[in-house]
Design a protein around this ligand. Structure first.
Ligand code: DGT
Ligand code: CA
Ligand code: CA
Ligand code: ZN
Length: 588
């Protein structure tokens, strides 16, 4: 049986939903989108859920227990697990000769505009689209215009340059499964993910895995014959390389235990960090490589051509021999971490278990999949002490955004739930309030002032000129009711470039106004690491939020924390690592 990833299943479901939306079928598209949202965030593989359920009829039943998955979607998922395909999707693809998977990656092109483009200009794929845009044909279409055409061309450029690397949030589960597979082999003594994935870089080019073993041959054999392997690129004695389903390349190295630390340091990188470490070694007359740290031995001051290994069994030992503190992988980018380690001045990074709350959570009051209560229960089960319910506001009509009346109703419901959950989890009243074009907000201050946590965010006018965009957002931050600037730059990793904005000016505005800057973990990683570090340096505080639209999305928190660590953030910088009272007091 092939193993199909959650991501692949989610993409298929989403594509079906988009085809249905193109045909103007009501409600159903939303159901597919919701199921896709849930599945891509699940920690357990759907194929495992099916298998564990017993496959067949019982497996199908297990699938139906996944929230948002009804009988017909479950049947499609079962098909995908068994055959790698969904008949409904194949049929839709055939009957609509448009490459929706390609075209809907272009920012601003929804299923309906794709259909218009097909009818008017016979645009079927990205190539057609680019040609038409370059010829100025799209600008001439009613409802499109010059601006849209420019954006399409910009977006095509972005898609072309960002396609080759994998978003860490999508690829990490697959890398971990391979790691787990290798760990189960009796010949492997230790297994560690290295490379950019260990550094939690936002995108990963290929996966690097290190195994300690005295018997590399059987490990190599089993590695190249894993079920997910689609191509063996190299099969050596201690080094192999494969391509797995979904397109990721995985490099495996087997090393002896005495070189483990040196090998891990080397293959963790980054390359720039390694080069700087090696130069430090050379300055001291040592030699550093993936086998260890060596010193030339001498007799009576003359080198005798032999080298003595002085460190390399563990990374800690390696850094210690250099007189440095241990450098966490997230910091190894040669951006000052070596000096800081020498001066014993490295930050004490916020830890993966340090978050007590989540300040951006959506529910079925708007475009989330689940009720406030079930989002709270799942948060509780994950060990969170508080969450802020931050549904969208009315300008986002597509997401059924809340107006004044509905948000007041929601607040009353939260009061009720808080009585029920007293002492277990605190539900905060919040909002993800739209920032309008002029920097004013989508809800009146009289309502915002009643909430515990107000996040403000940009969901429109992405293409304002830089100074105007910056002013607009800064104006929203000046509002005394705005506590957090949600996803400050609007980017989505690998999918959407940030809007043109002066982030340093926003950081200054945050400092001046006491606004918290968000690290939005779900798909966005916005702020990104370099801006997080600027916030840390400026003394601007941040929150790390899941932006969950379904319970499974809480798992994104891990990637948000990783990004914060890459930005040198400590607990003191992250307000939702604090107890709820202290966190609330720190808001405006
Ligand atoms: P990626 O795969 O592009 O996301 O980034 P990495 O960092 O995983 O890079 P990769 O897979 O090419 O190599 C893994 C590690 O091996 C890298 O982080 C550092 C080390 N490495 C690779 N090539 C070199 C090199 O030419 N010099 C040094 N010093 N280290 C290297
Ligand atoms: Ca790599
Ligand atoms: Ca590699
Ligand atoms: Zn949003």
């Amino acid at each position: 049986m092939q193993t199909i990833s959650n991501q692949q299943i989610a993409e298929m479901l989403r594509e079906i939903g988009e085809y249905l939306a193109m045909q103007n079928i009501p409600f159903k598209p939303r159901a597919f989108e919701k199921a896709a949202l849930t599945i891509e965030g699940l920690e357990e593989e759907v194929s495992e859920i099916y298998k564990k359920g017993g496959g067949g009829k019982d497996g199908l039943k297990a699938l139906k227990e996944i929230p948002g998955v009804g009988a017909s979607i479950a049947a499609s998922i079962e098909e995908a697990i068994n055959t790698g395909k969904m008949k409904d999707l194949e049929r839709l693809r055939k009957s609509t000769p448009v490459r929706l998977d390609e075209l809907s990656r272009i920012e601003g092109l929804g299923p309906k505009s794709v259909q218009k483009l097909y009818k008017a200009l016979s645009i079927r794929n990205l190539k057609d689209l680019e040609k038409a845009a370059r010829a100025g044909k799209i600008a001439a279409l009613p409802g499109f215009g010059k601006k849209t055409e420019e954006n399409i061309l910009k977006s095509i450029g972005f898609a072309a340059t960002s396609g080759q690397r994998f978003f860490i949030g999508h690829i990490m589960p697959q890398i971990r499964r391979i790691e787990e597979r290798l760990r189960l082999l009796p010949e492997s003594k230790m297994v560690t993910i290295a490379g950019s994935a260990r550094r939690w870089k936002e995108t990963v080019g290929d996966a690097d895995i290190l195994v300690v073993s005295q018997k590399p041959a059987p490990i190599m054999r089993q590695f190249v014959s894993m079920p997910e392997v689609v191509r063996v690129i190299a099969h050596g004695d201690t080094k192999s390389s494969v391509k797995v389903r979904g397109g990721l390349n995985v490099d495996l190295r087997v090393v002896p235990e005495e070189s483990y630390g040196a090998a891990l340091a080397y293959f963790t990188g980054s390359k720039d960090h390694n080069v700087a470490m090696r130069q430090t070694a050379i300055k001291r007359g040592w030699k550093l490589n993936e086998y260890g740290l060596f010193k030339a031995t001498s007799e009576k001051g003359r080198a005798i051509g032999k080298e003595k290994m002085i460190a390399g069994r563990t990374e800690a030992e390696l850094y210690e021999t250099f007189g440095m503190d241990y450098i966490e992988p997230e910091l190894r980018e040669n951006t000052g971490e070596l000096e800081a380690a020498r001066r014993h001045a490295l930050p004490k990074l916020v830890g993966y278990g340090d978050l007590q709350g989540d300040l951006q959570v959506q529910t079925d009051w708007t475009d989330g999949s689940d009720s406030i209560e079930s989002m709270a229960r799942v948060a509780m089960a994950r060990g969170l002490k508080y969450i802020a319910i931050t549904d969208h506001t009315k300008r986002l009509a597509m997401a059924n955004g809340l107006d004044e009346k509905r948000i007041l109703k929601q607040m009353a419901e939260i009061d009720k739930l808080n009585k029920k959950f007293a002492g277990k989890i605190k539900i905060l009243k919040g909002s993800e309030c739209d920032i309008l074009k002029d920097g004013t907000l989508d809800l009146p201050d009289s309502v915002l002032s009643k909430l515990d946590v107000v996040g403000a965010s940009v969901h429109s006018f992405f293409n304002l000129p830089r100074t105007e965009q910056t002013k607009r957002i800064a104006r929203a931050m000046e509002n005394p009711n705005v506590d957090i600037l949600f996803h400050p730059t609007g980017r989505i990793v690998n999918k959407r470039a940030p809007y043109d904005v002066d982030v340093e000016e926003l950081i200054r505005a945050a400092k001046r106004t006491g606004t918290i800057m968000e690290i939005d973990a779900l798909e966005r990683l916005d702020l990104k690491d370099e801006y997080i570090r600027k916030c840390v340096e400026a003394g601007v505080r941040m929150s790390i939020d899941s932006d969950a639209h379904s319970p499974s999305h809480y798992s994104s928190i891990e990637y948000g924390i990783a990004q914060a660590r890459r930005g040198w953030a400590e607990k003191k910088d992250i307000i939702n690592s604090w107890p709820v009272e202290k966190m609330l007091k720190s808001l405006k």
